[in-house]
Design a protein around this ligand. Structure first.
Ligand SMILES: NC(=O)c1ccc[n+]([C@@H]2O[C@H](COP(=O)([O-])OP(=O)(O)OC[C@H]3O[C@@H](n4cnc5c(N)ncnc54)[C@H](OP(=O)(O)O)[C@@H]3O)[C@@H](O)[C@H]2O)c1
Length: 386
């Protein structure tokens, strides 16, 4: 049976008891454990995959901590996490026509599209019975993968950084700009002021804005991420200079900075993803008619706002989730030409995956964390290893 990492409700309960529910002392390495997985037999529309590399996603952190919801418990006591991977097709079901053995693919994690194509569930998180890709092999339906754009100019680790974060950013951006354009036409304002806070999704969102000719500003604590974005022509603000908005004066100083950088307007579009203290700072920095968009709640699930004030300023709050399958395909077209992610400087070995999640949680990484799963790579993937 192939090796795969799992998270159990029992391990979460033991670790929470050990640290007395103090999440600062919580050791994720005691919760994400190497396990084995019995693969389901190959159906006619299925692919048998060998996983090559995966990126570490924040929902695995949330699943291990059970800080937003206890998803392992809700799924019957155990999940096999991992919803972003690059893989090699090693076998195809009898009715599969789009893929053949030897193809390199990336996964998407829309676990069950609703009537408009948006995910009701996320694969390997809340999709019932879904098995994730933090393992050596997997069996998935062929609708769950997209051909990997191997000639897009990115290296293998950069491609592995994108399957979850790029479609999320793509959806956030098309929604935010579409909503803003309902209020303010291109004829009235061609160049939109766009602000994003920290994080892999947010940096990709800003790359889309910049690519389309808008003025993009990243407010991040990470010097490596700021340097990378500046190299792409995106302006930056050091979030730690404003103490991550710990006091009113910090937030006031931040708003002044955003106004200076946007010719007095403020941000027409803000990508939050974090909530907590970032939310009021982002709202205050919004321009008249602005849009605040988010698909994340990393620091807090609840927000508070003054409805009268937002009405008077014509501000829209929008909530999105992962993309449609069509949107995932469209986002994949932009690998390399628009999306050039930051990648953490250590490529983790498969055994070190729990440490990679722990370091993500501690926010000590220099970019998106990647885990190399396959020791031997197919030639097409090997050629893309820097
Ligand atoms: N709904 C969806 O489909 C969806 C998809 C993707 C992600 N998400 C969620 O969105 C959130 C962000 O995801 P991501 O992939 O962009 O995460 P990420 O790449 O891990 O980035 C998170 C960022 O948060 C910042 N940060 C950490 N601690 C902070 C603090 N105390 N105050 C302010 N900033 C802090 C860090 O940036 P700096 O230190 O550089 O400021 C870090 O880079 C997560 O909660 C994730 O689960 C949702």
């Amino acid at each position: 049976m192939p090796e795969a990492f799992s998270i159990t409700a029992e391990a979460i309960a033991e670790e929470r008891a050990r640290v007395g529910d103090d999440l600062d002392r919580f050791d994720i390495g005691r919760v994400i454990k190497k396990d084995e997985l019995e693969l389901r037999s190959l159906g006619p529309q299925d692919l048998h995959l060998r996983i090559l590399a995966v990126s570490v996603e924040h929902n695995v952190d949330h699943a291990a901590l059970a800080d937003t919801t206890n998803i392992a418990e809700a799924r019957g006591g155990k999940i096999y996490p991992g919803n972003s991977a690059v893989a090699e097709v090693i076998e195809t079901g009898a009715q599969v026509t789009r893929f053949k053995p030897g193809d390199i693919v990336i996964t998407h994690c829309n676990g069950e599209p609703d009537i408009y194509g948006y995910p009701i569930y996320i694969w390997a998180y809340d999709t019932p019975d879904s098995i994730g890709w933090y393992g050596r092999e997997a069996v998935v339906g062929d609708w769950q993968v997209v051909s990997a754009p191997l000639d897009c100019g990115l290296n293998l680790w950069e491609i592995a950084a994108l399957p979850l974060r790029a479609p999320t950013a793509y959806h956030l951006w098309r929604r935010a700009l579409g909503i803003f354009r309902v209020k303010v036409s291109r004829e009235q304002l061609a160049t939109v002021q766009v602000l994003g806070f920290g994080g892999g999704v947010s940096e990709l969102f800003l790359m889309l804005a910049h690519h389309e000719g808008h003025h993009a500003i990243s407010c991040a604590g990470s010097p490596e991420r700021r340097k990378h974005l500046e190299g792409l022509g995106i302006e930056t603000i050091d979030q730690t200079e404003f103490n991550r908005f710990a006091s009113r004066d910090d937030t006031k100083g931040f708003i002044r900075r955003v106004r200076e950088m946007t010719g007095g307007a403020g941000a027409h579009i803000v990508c939050d993803m974090l909530r907590g203290p970032v939310f009021p700072a982002g709202l205050a920095a919004c321009a008249r008619g602005g849009v605040n968009v988010s698909a994340g709640w990393q620091l807090s699930m609840n927000v508070q706002y003054n409805s009268a004030s937002l009405s008077i300023r014509q501000i829209t709050l929008d909530h999105t989730h992962y993309e449609t399958v069509d949107g995932c395909n469209a986002a994949t077209e932009l690998y390399g030409s628009v999306f050039r992610p930051t990648v953490h400087d250590e490529i983790y070995a498969f055994e070190d995956l729990p440490r990679a999640v722990h370091e993500l949680h501690r926010n000590t990484q220099t970019g998106i964390p990647i885990v190399r799963v396959a020791d031997e790579m197919p030639a097409a993937a090997e050629a893309l290893i820097p």
